[in-house]
Write a protein that binds this ligand. Structure first.
Ligand SMILES: [Zn+2]
Ligand SMILES: [Zn+2]
Length: 475
């Protein structure tokens, strides 16, 4: 298939006010996650009303900002003032920080509309709000993966996707004799090791029987051409490491990557090890996953990671936080030989089963050097192990072929590239332009006002951007 650059629409940032959405149109306004990974927040307007999708934090990549103590960035709630009395709710696609992290800074102080999410996301959001002592004042409403519900003037269906966290959903928003599919973060994972399959059957039905006016889609890996990767291959890597290592094994990964944690634990148990989990966010995520019935029948984890002490090194496995080199997370503290943590040294292995969020490389490298100076063998997320070169980490986002496959199923008229760097969004739009159904492959700016309407292709417009500013969350 050939790319069609003439279909690419590069949005401009000409100032625009928040429009009043008409009855025969859906207005799409991506505010955050545009030109950067993080801070995702997109608005959909119809019949005068609005809903938001996701409320994430961004991660300061600028060294100066970090030194000033900026912990995270959020969409400044004052930017939402013009639509506050018409904002009926938020829908959450999944529980990653770049999709839910802003919630405790926005609710209930600035926003009071209900938050719709899956049970797993509800569990993690509740913990965040509890830490801010605001849980009772926030209206969290759960939906099941696969459920279709109406709220205000919106008709929304949550469709199962696969991603590096439980219960990721795409949102199918129906209006104007058509449907808009907001993919959320996704990848194709044909036989997920935990949780439900991506609902290809439902997506195919929609593509065949309905008119997909637009896809608003994840651009994270749109520049990547390599084929599909699977969590099952990471599980094989873990089996190899657990079996081959003659000492203790410590594996760190993202706290909410429950399928990964489950796979690591399963292989550790199978190799005859006792397993502990350490790090507050990981312990919380595991507890929520357990409550949601996602942990299947695993043997018990040790109640306290200090119970590893006293075992032979060969019997020890620890799954923990700290994959980004954070000095205060468990791995960072182990690397610094802090007290009240099990000690690791020559013969032991540390596996960093994650990739670096841009900007974190120096901290991760420092952590690796500290571990190596203790004689610990370190395997990183870039590494492959065993004869068949199993990957220690795989991405949770779709690469080009997966994007082509999904879009050829859904046959959208327009594609709006979100959740990516500028390069990623342009590459995403180019891939989308190959599809014969696509007339507009849109690269928005933050705040772009994108309209789609019942008349289809000739009703698609991109004009200006609503004003918006970034708020900083300090340490
Ligand atoms: Zn994301
Ligand atoms: Zn995600």
């Amino acid at each position: 298939m050939d790319i069609h650059p003439e279909k690419i629409v590069l949005a401009k940032g000409t100032p625009e006010i928040w429009p009043v959405p008409g009855d025969d149109e859906v207005v799409i306004v991506p505010l955050g996650g545009i030109g950067e990974i993080g801070m995702n927040m997109t608005f959909y307007g119809h019949k005068g009303r609005w809903i938001g999708v996701d409320a994430g934090v961004g991660f300061p990549s600028d060294e100066e900002d970090r030194e000033r103590g900026v912990r995270a960035t959020i969409v400044d709630p004052l930017s939402l003032e013009p639509i506050l009395d018409r904002l009926d709710g938020f829908f959450i696609t999944h529980a990653h920080e770049d999709h839910i992290g802003a919630i405790p800074f926005l609710w209930p102080r600035y926003l009071n509309c209900p938050i719709y999410c899956t049970p797993f996301a509800a569990g993690l959001i509740s913990i965040k709000l509890e830490e801010h002592a605001d849980l009772e004042d926030v209206d969290i409403r759960k939906f099941a993966v696969g459920e279709r519900l109406t709220h205000s003037v919106f008709d929304i269906e949550a469709i199962a996707m696969t991603h590096s966290i439980p219960e990721p959903v795409a949102l199918a928003i129906r209006a104007c004799d058509g449907v808009i599919v907001h993919t959320g973060d996704w990848k194709m994972e044909p036989h997920p090791i935990l949780g439900t399959d991506m609902d290809i059957r439902r997506l195919t039905e929609i593509g065949m029987n309905e008119r997909v006016l637009a896809i608003v889609g994840d651009s994270t890996n749109a520049e990547r051409i390599e084929g599909m990767t699977t969590e099952a291959s990471v599980k094989r890597a873990m089996r190899h490491i657990m079996n081959e290592s003659t000492g203790a094994v410590v594996v760190c990964c993202f706290a909410s990557n429950i399928p990964r944690i489950h796979a690591i634990a399963e292989e550790a148990f199978a190799s005859g090890r006792k397993v502990a989990i350490a790090g507050r966010s990981m312990v919380n995520a595991e507890a929520v996953a357990n409550e949601c019935g996602l942990m299947n029948a695993l043997p018990y984890f040790l109640a306290d990671f200090m119970h590893l002490e006293g075992l032979d090194q060969r019997e020890k496995a620890l799954i923990c936080t700290g994959s980004q080199g954070e000095p205060r997370a468990i791995l960072g503290r182990i690397a610094r030989g802090r007290r009240n943590l099990p000690a690791f040294g020559p013969g032991d292995t540390v596996v960093i089963s994650a990739k670096a969020i841009p900007g974190n490389e120096p901290a991760i490298n420092e952590c690796i050097e500290l571990l190596r100076s203790r004689g610990v063998r370190v395997i990183t997320g870039e590494d492959f192990v065993g004869e068949e070169k199993w990957p220690v980490h795989v991405t949770g986002h779709a690469t080009q072929d997966e994007i082509r496959t999904l879009y050829s199923i859904l046959k959208p008229l327009a594609v709006v590239a979100v959740h990516g760097t500028q390069e990623g969004m342009v590459e995403h739009a180019l891939v989308a332009s190959e599809l014969s159904s696509v007339s507009h492959a849109i690269v928005p700016v933050a705040g772009s006002v994108i309209r789609v309407g019942a008349a289809g292709t000739k009703d698609i417009t991109v004009q200006g951007a609503v004003p918006f500013s970034v708020g900083e969350v300090m340490d």
